[in-house]
Design a protein around this ligand. Sequence first.
Ligand code: ACO
Length: 355
Amino acid sequence: MDSGLENVVAAETILSDVDGLNGRLVIRGWPVETLAASMAFEDAAHLLWQDLFADLPDVPALGAQLGAARVAVAARLKDIPDGLDVISGLRVGWSLLPDEETLDSAVLLAAAAPVLTAAAIRRGRGLAPVAPDADISQSADFLRMLTGDMPDPAAARALDAYLVTVCDHGLNASTFAARVVASTRAGLVSAAVAGLSALKGPLHGGAPGPVLDMVDAIGAPENAEDWIDGALSRGDRLMGFGHRVYRVRDPRADALKAAVARLPGTAGRIAFAEHVERAVLGRLAQKYPQRRLETNVEFYTALLLEALGLPREAFTPVFACGRILGWTAHAREQIGEGRLVRPRSVYRGPVPVAA
Ligand code: ACO
């Protein structure tokens, strides 16, 4: 038995292929680097949902549908209780949507993610939500709903690069959770809430906030080695490093680093992060000579989302704003399988005492 299921194949998919030995990620036939450099969120939605929803329109019409859905969701923000952290705001808000298996349900989930996330961030700052603009791209609207101002096109482009880069990634823990729930025919909303709940953990999508905490705690290049040695000697895991599947550098790390580098004013922060990264990789290689631990997606995610002005507690919900495309696509694929996911366990508990 494999407690982490690492050698278990539990699905066939047309959505994405993670080649952990060669550090390659292909999403519906496209290398992730190409997607990150050229696609907007709406294009990625179309790419992942094609063939899975018979009524999927073309990209411009899908963009219009997403815009209209953002406006529809914003009208329901008043139903979300106060005092929730950002991820709970997203989880509660999603739970209120109609739990169906339709394109409308997928569009509502994808459109709701930035509306709910931006509103929760603003609520935490004591600010009222900014109404969505159905006529601009989802990434531009996300940043606009965050600040109230129309974003610089470079910032919207960087957010697109991020959301597209993380839109799907094989049978990771959250996608598996979403597929299991979808197999029960509970609906896409239930599958997405399950995915989000799995994503939240620090070993999965909860890592980028702690990445910045680490970078800030190190503070200056000369502190890096001592800080890292201290963390490793306490048995801590260094966030943003290591991966269950990749045995080489995660290809998303460089796609995201390139996206941060295109934003003005980030050169100094990137240079310091690179110093921290080199120091961590050196120490991990010393400690685990038999097991290559490399930079994963979360390290440069943290830098990119910070540069876009997002607070740390919103990093995981923003990840979900991209990954919702993969969760809904996988959920539809699983529904198409028509088979409940129900593995077995080996009983190791006490046996009944004979009377
Ligand atoms: N820092 C320190 N030690 C580590 C790290 C790390 N980042 N990653 C793995 N190790 C150690 C493990 O503790 C283990 O040590 P041990 O043999 O002494 O117990 C050894 O390296 C081998 O671990 P693996 O089997 O390679 O790790 P696993 O596949 O179970 O875990 C995981 C993968 C969870 C991503 C792990 O590398 C980790 O915790 N990383 C930090 C958290 C993180 O960055 N998460 C985001 C992942 S990307 C994503 O999900 C979106």
